[in-house]
Design a protein around this ligand. Structure first.
Ligand code: FES
Length: 119
């Protein structure tokens, strides 16, 4: 998969995040360590990440499916996050709200899938 890239002294390193859409498109984007996965995806115009609430965890429109291998490596979701996921469309065991995931260097190469719809 990807590899961490140190930009320059004093700046957060970048990691590569891979994605697939429900209709079979795929791509990748760079995310800064320390930013939310949602913010990185929005900056890269990843299709299907709406994030209406801007990361306040009230909209659920930043929902993603994390690849099973990677899901187990992420910090566990808080109960409020899982409640919001369960309330939304297409919940799966590997569902997460991307606004609640802080990018770390260990996430280099992470694979996620975009749900068919956020509404
Ligand atoms: S951006 Fe609204 S819940 Fe994540």
């Amino acid at each position: 998969m990807g590899r961490a890239i140190a930009i320059s002294r004093g700046r957060p390193p970048l990691v590569q995040i891979h994605y697939r859409t429900h209709d079979g498109r795929s791509g990748a984007f760079e995310a800064k360590v320390g930013q939310s996965l949602m913010a990185a995806a929005k900056s890269a115009n990843v299709p299907g990440i709406i994030a209406e609430c801007g990361g306040s965890m009230v909209c659920g429109t930043c929902h993603v499916f994390i690849d099973e291998t990677w899901f187990a490596k992420l910090p566990t979701a808080e109960p409020m996050e899982t409640d919001l996921i369960d309330y939304g469309l297409y919940p799966r065991p590997t569902s997460r709200l991307s606004c609640q995931i802080t990018v770390t260097e260990a996430m280099d190469g992470l694979l996620l899938e975009i749900p068919p719809s956020q509404h």
